[in-house]
Design a protein around this ligand. Structure first.
Ligand code: DP6
Length: 366
């Protein structure tokens, strides 16, 4: 691989898509390890549309003990004890374990790493940028350190989780559950595949960009305010989410869109009700978001009155943008109706659901 005239370059580039939860994660039982108060479940979108692309490079000539990271061209501070530091440290530990087993390997774990990451969509606007960002960081470091297949995607998800909770789910394509776990160490808090994208390719996602402004209350701060003040959240954790996790997993396995849609919309509404139940209340949805809810409810009512199933499901994260899930056959009609009622709105196009490109290390030789 290396030659005396051209030094080996240790670099890897990977991309990771966003995932949109249908059972929402909202609340931590441990804020430093990022352990959630409830299980969650999401659908990973096609990375042709919303994705983070990240290149990681290790080089013996980089000043020792100084990893660096640039996000969309601007350098981020890697704080001691912070999320980024933890991700770098955990990934270096895995590389070190590999080097300890094989003395012929270069000691990449001892070298500083430079990372460059780009999102092809607005950052921190409620479009799950931290999920794809941390997933791409972990995937690129895993490729740089050649950790897979010995280290599984679920094991990597445990580390991505410590960057941003929802990021653990972007390590997989298709339908993914984050099992919150019960261990204080977080050893059992990781993502698992419920079904691959190929299981239900008919399901499409439509992103309605209501606003690409940065959200007023970041998720991290907002969810802990909800944990501290909302009685409704305790009800959600104990009595709402466990049944829904099972029911939506069954709906996905059976490709039952009506059940999937009903649970997805109910969980989005329950999550935003918990935000409203927070003191002081948190408002993520705006008038346009609520109008889209009404429109989808009306479309579903009309379709069901004709004896057909539901047309679509809406869900909203910590922002005003709507994500609609729908069977392929309904997408054209939904788009036409949405365009009719919101002629000035800014719409992205249909996003099919897949995980087309696996982590892809760049050529290593100079
Ligand atoms: C509403 O994963 O961004 O999108 O773990 O503090 O980084 P941190 O929070 P984050 O929260 C995502 C919240 C959500 C719901 C979800 O994706 O499940």
């Amino acid at each position: 691989m290396s030659s005396s005239s051209s030094p080996t370059i240790y670099q890897a580039t990977c991309s990771a898509p966003v995932n949109i939860a249908v059972i929402k994660y909202w609340g931590k039982r441990d804020t430093s390890l990022i352990l959630p108060t409830n299980d969650s479940l999401s659908v990973t979108l096609d990375q042709d549309h919303l994705r983070s692309v990240t290149t990681a490079r290790a080089d013996a000539s980089f000043p020792a003990g100084k990893d660096r990271l640039w996000l969309n061209g601007e350098e981020e501070t890697i704080q001691d004890g912070g999320r980024l530091r933890r991700c770098f440290d955990e990934m270096k530990k895995l590389r070190k374990a590999k080097e300890d087993k094989d003395a012929s390997l270069p000691k990449l774990s001892e070298w500083s790493v430079h990372v460059c990451s780009e999102n092809n969509f607005p950052t921190a606007a409620g479009l799950a940028s931290s999920a794809s960002g941390f997933a791409a960081l972990i995937a690129s470091l895993a490729a740089l350190y050649e950790l897979q297949p010995e280290v599984s995607s679920s094991e990597l998800s445990r580390i991505a989780r410590q960057g941003s909770g929802s990021a653990c789910r972007s390590l997989f394509g298709g339908y993914v559950a984050w099992q919150g776990g019960s261990e204080a160490s977080g050893s059992d808090s990781l993502a698992v595949e419920v079904a691959p994208q190929s299981h239900w390719p008919d399901l499409q996602a439509l992103i309605c960009v209501v606003s690409d402004a940065k959200k007023g209350t970041p998720s991290t701060a907002g969810m802990q305010r909800t944990v501290a003040t909302s009685p409704l959240l305790q009800h959600r954790i104990q009595h709402v989410v466990p049944g829904r996790m099972k029911a939506i997993s069954d709906a996905i396995r059976q490709r039952d869109f009506d059940a999937f849609a009903e649970i997805t919309m109910a969980d989005s509404n329950n999550f935003h009700a918990c935000c409203l139940d927070t003191a002081p209340p948190i408002f993520y949805m705006n008038d346009v978001s609520r109008a889209i809810v009404q429109l989808v409810e009306e479309l579903n009512r009309a379709s069901e009155a004709e004896g057909k199933g539901k047309m679509a499901a809406y869900t909203y994260d910590a922002g005003s943008n709507a994500v609609l899930y729908a069977p392929k056959a309904n997408v054209a009609q939904i788009l036409a109706v949405v365009r009719h009622y919101f002629p000035n709105a800014d719409f992205d196009d249909t996003v099919s659901l897949s995980w087309p490109s696996a982590p892809s290390p760049a050529p290593r030789d100079a």
